[in-house]
Design a protein around this ligand. Structure first.
Ligand SMILES: C[S@@+](CC[C@H](N)C(=O)[O-])C[C@H]1O[C@@H](n2cnc3c(N)ncnc32)[C@H](O)[C@@H]1O
Length: 238
């Protein structure tokens, strides 16, 4: 199967593992980890399903918070790394859209993985089915304003000033993005597509934030603050 008809994750796995290192890349280490940890720690969650767990970093973080975790991901090489770093952990080869679930989880997490899922409606339905009544769905995602600027992202205007151009915002589409030896397919979808699918599941929105970098290289921070990057949403199943 060629890379063009897969999503690129198998071929990108080793570069991804290097990019994440021990502490995650810039966005995880300096932007998302702190608010994501704050949403899972000390809230009495007993078990969690991490959908699109990659090499398992957030499962390990949740375990340190006393939460029993199951990670699912369709990329074998990332799961192999997750098992290597956490031999006692529960990591399963699966896709969000087709995973077998029952309504037994206090917490379901998607940490920057909804953008990777071709069948978003199917994936969200399964994630909700995995939650017990009253359970929490915690999502970190790239904003739709950001994905609408991909793959070109930053370009220079006539004065040479970097600008981030958003275009074809309403058109859902796959986009191929490349950085640091990684080349994967993401999906751009308007924000309303995500919100409508989540609301259609009768979920209740409990949190919506756009976290900013809290540390790191000042140039990187300034760059990050110029455009919408990430949001975190927390939804509750009635
Ligand atoms: C950007 S990575 C995020 C990995 C991890 N959550 C983290 O934050 O480091 C996206 C992950 O989604 C996985 N993925 C791709 N398609 C998926 C699908 N249909 N269902 C579940 N996971 C998927 C990829 O294999 C990859 O590990």
């Amino acid at each position: 199967m060629s890379d063009q008809v897969t999503d690129g994750w198998a071929a990108s796995a080793s570069a991804w593992i290097v990019e994440q290192g021990d502490d995650g890349d810039f966005g995880r280490r300096f932007v998302l980890d702190a608010p994501m940890r704050a949403r899972v720690e000390g809230r009495g969650f007993r078990n969690a399903l991490d959908v699109g767990c990659g090499e398992g970093r957030f499962c390990r973080i949740m375990q340190r918070a006393g939460i029993r975790t199951t990670g699912i991901d369709p990329t074998e090489a990332l799961l192999a790394r997750a098992r290597e770093l956490d031999p006692q952990g529960d990591y399963r080869l699966d896709r969000a859209e087709t995973m077998e679930v029952d309504a037994s989880h206090d917490l379901v997490v998607s940490y920057l993985s909804l953008i990777d899922m071709p069948d978003l409606a199917g994936a969200i339905a399964k994630m909700v089915a995995a939650l017990r009544p009253g359970g929490t769905l915690l999502i970190a995602n790239l904003t739709s304003f950001n994905t609408a600027g991909q793959p070109d992202g930053w370009t220079r205007d006539r004065e040479g000033i970097p600008r981030f151009a958003i275009d074809h915002y309403m058109d859902e589409r796959p986009i191929w993005v490349s950085w640091s030896g990684i080349r994967v397919q993401n999906w751009h979808r308007p924000l309303s597509t995500y919100m409508t699918l989540l609301l259609d599941q009768k979920l209740q929105l409990r949190l919506f934030v756009e976290p900013q970098p809290t540390a790191g290289d000042p140039d990187r921070i300034a760059h990050h603050r110029r455009v919408p990057f990430f949001h975190i949403m927390e939804w509750q199943k009635p």
